[in-house]
Design a protein. Structure first.
Length: 404
């Protein structure tokens, strides 16, 4: 099995600790696979297979356990086989009605270590978090990073041409791990990704949020995907839909977007006022969980390359635990401000620094920020660009491959 070290290493740190481990992420990003890696790790550490209780609610085998009482009874019965500590691994826990009641009872009634996965960003609403009394940690899982992509597809890392060709594939098809098992034909890959898209939209968005106007939901999502990395306004979407003959209120637009965020298909980057040092509630940017979804629906347009590169950098920062914002410096914008445990990085992302005008455009906003945190301009240029007034330049592939 291929190892997803970034995530399994984090998960292993919590083995046999008293907290519930909850893994969230968009469907097909690899949550089930991570549980398999965990299963193998436990076995390698001397845990007997009979100590591990595995349940996958995407399997019809467990259809009759989708309420908390029946789930509780099933696990209690399995746990009664022996007096050894149990390791409970449950996939897609959100399928169980009032699941948190069963989970809390397991912690009381069984000597156990619990691991859950879910395809809902709001699985741990404030109400549920209160119910579980802070006895949990959450690990957010994403589709493959480019480093993982290279590992999965066994790309020769010392061959620059092979790495760049792999990056072009990654830019187009994204990093859903299941693509590794698909034939190379474009139509088969896009068909697979479209299937994921339909599953997420129909099951995790439409059904869960009881949305009646599916066509309107898809129009909103397509508009956002077509404008990745652009400052967002619900009014712009409402006006756009009005021009297409669809009348929708601004608050309705936000409710649809909230549902898409819940399914972890979209991620917001809120605006951060650098001078006022505060987060602003409106005019954010949105990014998609995997670029393959965008390609399968909209196709590839070379003119969108800067937007796609921004999306890749945004996801890489999120993978490494940064909170990511769009910077506002008076009347200028900085693509990203990444913050993690007191560390801060300012980032500008562009395709190529092809002229003095572009160089000026990308470096100037960072020059105006008067603090000592790291500032980087990232592009796909191969030739070394000289640092300017303490502002670094990095090749984008190098940046996403070396970030920690």
């Amino acid at each position: 099995m291929k190892s997803r070290e970034l995530y399994i290493d984090q998960l292993i740190k919590y083995v046999d600790t008293p907290v519930i481990k909850i893994i969230t992420g968009i469907r097909r990003c690899g949550k089930s696979y991570l549980l398999k890696l965990l299963f193998n790790y436990l076995i390698s550490q001397g845990v007997f297979e009979k100590q591990i209780i595995k349940i996958d609610f995407e399997s019809i085998q467990y259809e009759s356990y989708k309420d908390y009482k029946s789930l509780y009874n099933y696990v209690i019965e399995k746990a009664a086989d022996n007096n050894l500590k149990k390791y409970i691994l449950i996939d897609e826990i959100q399928e169980v009605f009032e699941w948190e009641k069963a989970i809390r009872s397991f912690k009381v009634d069984i000597d156990c270590d619990i691991y859950l996965t879910g395809s809902n960003a709001h699985l741990l609403s404030s109400e549920l978090a209160t119910y579980l009394s802070g006895r949990y940690v959450e690990l957010e899982l994403f589709p493959l990073s480019f480093n993982e992509f290279i590992d999965f597809y066994e790309v020769a890392e010392n061959n620059q041409i092979d790495v760049e060709n792999a990056f072009n594939e990654y830019l187009k098809y994204g990093g859903f791990p299941g693509l590794y098992h698909m034939p190379k034909e474009d139509d088969l890959k896009t068909q697979y990704i479209t299937g994921i898209y339909n599953s997420v939209v129909l099951k995790d968005v439409v059904q869960r949020n009881k949305i009646r106007d599916v066509e309107l939901l898809e129009r909103i999502l397509i508009y956002i995907m077509d404008n990745i990395g652009q400052i967002f306004s619900a009014k712009k979407i409402a006006d756009y839909l009005k021009n297409q003959g669809r009348k929708v209120g601004i608050e309705s637009v936000y409710s649809y977007i909230y549902a898409l965020e819940s399914a972890m298909i979209l991620y917001p980057a809120k605006r951060y006022d650098i001078k006022g040092k505060k987060i602003l509630d409106r005019m954010e940017k949105y990014f998609i969980a995997d670029l393959g979804i965008r390609y399968s629906i909209l196709g590839y347009k070379q003119d969108d390359i800067s937007q796609l590169l921004e999306n890749i950098v945004f996801l890489e920062l999120k993978r490494h635990g940064y909170k990511v914002y769009v910077g506002k410096e008076v009347d200028r914008e900085i693509d990203f401000i990444a913050i993690r445990k007191g560390e801060k990085i300012y980032l500008q992302v562009t395709y190529l620094l092809a002229s003095d005008q572009v160089i000026e455009r990308e470096f100037t906003p960072l020059m105006n920020v008067r603090d000592n945190y790291r500032k980087i301009v990232i592009s796909m240029d191969r030739m070394l660009i000289a640092n300017r007034e303490g502002i670094e330049w990095m090749n984008l592939i190098e940046f996403i491959r070396t970030i920690k």
